[in-house]
Design a protein around this ligand. Structure first.
Ligand code: 6R9
Length: 667
């Protein structure tokens, strides 16, 4: 890591908020930073008071690392705060403005949302789901996905949303880890004009053995004839896996339920959801979030970072399979009574201007997307945004990975017309909500920097010895190290589902009483944070966390593979692309056919997002004397750099041979 940290900061451009934006901004008084820093607990209590509680809390914070509790004794319901309480003032305001990939549009008001969510909640109850149960959701971005999440919250069940791009095997792991009682899915989802067969994957997962699953609810999305598919052929649904008694069509079960369903009284610390994220040791981690603190954090950050106003049309392009979709498609926007846009499909269907058409059509005012998408848009060319009217936009956000300054400037100028502030927001599944981010009416932004910790957040960088480099630096000096958080915040994860030991090891063992993010960061003389990516073995591919171990395990699962080492190499569009080095078992020989087969095997085991870009068949892997694979050297090979220090290698010749082989394969 030291190499990266010593890179000089070369970006010196800085953009002050315009006076016009600053005067109307939700927050424009710099004093709030000092106030919040002096008493973060009082600051967060102030936000929590803006939510609707059935019973107020007795104590704001109980903290003994790694265990944290916020708003102890308080009772509330997250669904009530996102849905019912908006009925007083915005019953007829559009809550969810949805567009399907084929072009169908639905506008669901808060009043309709309350009815839809209540019916869904009653349907879940009719299948025996109650407080404390887990429901697995495996759906494309359709409104019913949000209804189901909120329905779970309404009756006190926890949801575990699994991204629809994951394979049956990944789904199987996640269903079993969470011990889900019900799975909610669709027959399929639209993606680039084709259909992703989701129910088929659920059937396959259950055949592998999911003893806790009692029922499956299936929304018909792609099998419907006629208008909905905009002239595309209707694929019909493969019913071979349909199991009577277990499987229920959504349209048979949900619509005739009562539109009234009481909101369960939940303790502030009751489980709201589990969301799986990759870990560096293979098995995905079920990140646990509870009710009161999480909702407070997403409510506050949504309002201040996006400067949300009553008439905004907010679009977060993330899928609800990721934390960004949980916090800024569902809970944050709806708790603020916002109109949130949900889009089902791909950004290049039917053409590469789809996002810009959406903005034009729905007069979207705030856009929140990822650097991987921005880089793809840049590559596709300016003609696509140029032919659309983007003048409704007033604020742009970025999340998921470091955004390179070129992409940041392009986003500001081409999409934001030079007038929209850009907020680059750093956070994690584990943090629940944004932690390092500009406040758009207040913070001068620098392209490529997530700027400063949100008020009330104490972030700093430590060296290997656990020394706080910000505390000891000379004024104006740039320091770099491990990004850590030294004070609890409300939305922080309460643990890894069923694995407290792993939770303590991964986040709390490196530094005492301090949350270790796994990211490296530099802090410049102005106190601005520049994120450097993961310091462990988690890759960030197109904004998705994928562990090297997970991909290695999938490769080794193939009969031809003896051993595999996987690295993320820098990639222009995706941030990182996956390169795999594999050793074959005796009796197998390398061929293009085998390489393709191995790529397909990984995609099948984990999902298409984990498909390696290259698979290099090699004779040996570079290892230390203690037998550890030196991925750092493989990264040098894959990125065409001079090899770093090879003195700890058991056999330095191995890596040179690999380098020759890689270069000839790349041609
Ligand atoms: C929200 C989300 C978390 C990891 C995180 C970091 C990277 C996210 C970033 C960023 C630089 C940003 N990351 N936002 N790096 N600048 N603005 O993405 O959660 O999927 O858990 O990923 O993503 O490496 O540690 P998650």
């Amino acid at each position: 890591m030291s190499e990266t940290i010593q890179t000089l900061l070369t970006e010196e451009r800085s953009f002050e908020p315009s006076a016009e934006f600053a005067t109307q901004a939700n927050v424009n008084d710099p004093e709030i930073y000092n106030q919040a820093l002096a008493d973060p607990v009082a600051f967060w209590e102030g936000w929590a008071k803006k939510l609707d509680w059935m019973k107020p809390w007795d104590r704001a914070l109980e903290w003994k690392a790694p265990n944290v509790k916020w708003f102890l004794g308080g009772k509330l319901n997250a669904c009530f705060n996102c849905v019912d309480r908006n009925l007083q003032t915005r019953a007829d305001k559009v809550a969810i403005l949805w567009e399907g990939e084929p072009g169908d549009v639905r506008k669901i008001t808060y009043r309709q949302l309350k009815d839809e969510v209540s019916r869904t909640a009653n349907a879940l109850k009719s299948l025996g789901v109650g407080k404390g149960d887990r429901v697995c959701i495996y759906m494309p971005m359709v409104p019913e996905l949000a209804f189901t999440m909120l329905a779970c919250a309404r009756i006190g069940a926890a949801h575990s949303v699994v991204f629809g791009g994951f394979s049956a095997e990944s789904l199987f792991d996640r269903i079993n880890d969470a011990q889900a009682k019900v799975v909610v899915t669709t027959d399929g989802g639209w993606r680039r004009g084709g259909v992703v067969p989701l129910k088929k994957a659920v059937d396959d997962a259950i055949v592998m053995g999911c003893p806790t699953v009692e029922s499956v609810i299936v929304l018909e999305r792609t099998g419907v004839p006629g208008a909905l598919t905009n002239g595309l052929p209707t694929p019909g649904y493969d019913r071979s896996g349909w199991t009577e008694g277990r499987d229920h069509w959504w349209h048979d079960l949900v619509p005739h339920q009562s539109p009234d369903c009481p909101c369960e009284e939940m303790d502030s610390e009751d489980l709201l959801f589990i969301l799986y994220t990759s870990g560096s040791t293979g098995k995905p981690k079920g990140i646990v979030h509870t009710t009161g603190g999480y909702l407070t954090g997403v409510y506050a950050t949504f309002q201040w970072v996006f400067d949300h106003k009553e008439d905004d049309i907010f679009w977060c392009t993330a899928d609800c399979g990721w934390v960004t979709g949980h916090s800024y498609v569902v809970y944050g926007p709806l708790a603020n009574g916002a109109t949130v846009v949900m889009y089902e499909g791909a950004p290049d269907t039917p053409d590469k201007d789809r996002f810009w058409r959406l903005i034009e059509r729905h007069k979207i005012t705030i856009l929140y997307t990822a650097p991987t998408a921005i880089r793809a848009f840049m590559k596709w060319g300016d003609e696509f945004p140029d032919r659309c009217d983007l003048s409704s936009l007033r604020l742009l956000g970025s999340v998921g990975e470091p955004i390179n300054p070129e992409a940041w400037i392009w986003y500001l100028q081409k999409i934001g017309g030079g007038r929209c502030p850009v907020v680059d927001t750093w956070w994690q599944t584990e943090t629940g909500h944004m932690l390092i981010t500009p406040l758009p009416g207040l913070t001068a932004t620098k392209p490529g920097s997530a700027t400063r910790p949100f008020p009330g957040i104490r972030a700093t960088v430590f060296n290997d010895m656990g020394e706080d480099l910000l505390a000891s630096r000379k004024p104006g000096e740039t320091v770099g190290g491990y990004l850590v958080l030294t004070h609890p915040w409300p939305g922080m994860t309460r643990g890894i589902w069923g694995d407290p030991k792993r939770f303590a090891d991964v986040y709390w063992s490196r530094f005492a009483d301090t949350y270790f993010t796994g990211d490296g960061a530099k802090v410049d003389g102005d106190g601005y944070f520049w994120l450097l990516g993961r310091v462990d073995d988690v890759m960030l591919v197109a904004g998705h966390n994928i562990s090297t171990m997970e991909v290695e395990s999938a490769l080794v699962d193939h009969p031809a593979v003896a051993e595999a080492a996987v690295i993320g190499k820098t990639h222009e569009l995706k941030g990182q692309a996956i390169s795999a080095f594999v050793l074959l078992r005796a009796g197998y020989s390398g061929s293009d056919g085998l390489v393709d087969e191995l790529k397909a095997h990984v995609a099948k085991k984990i999902g298409a997002i984990a498909r390696p870009d290259d698979v290099i068949i090699s004779a040996e892997l570079p290892k230390t004397r203690s037998g550890k694979i030196m991925r750092r050297l493989l990264r040098d090979v894959a990125e065409g750099r001079a090899l770093g220090d090879t003195t700890t290698l058991a056999d330095p010749a191995v890596v040179n041979a690999l380098k020759d082989k890689y270069e000839s394969a790349e041609g």
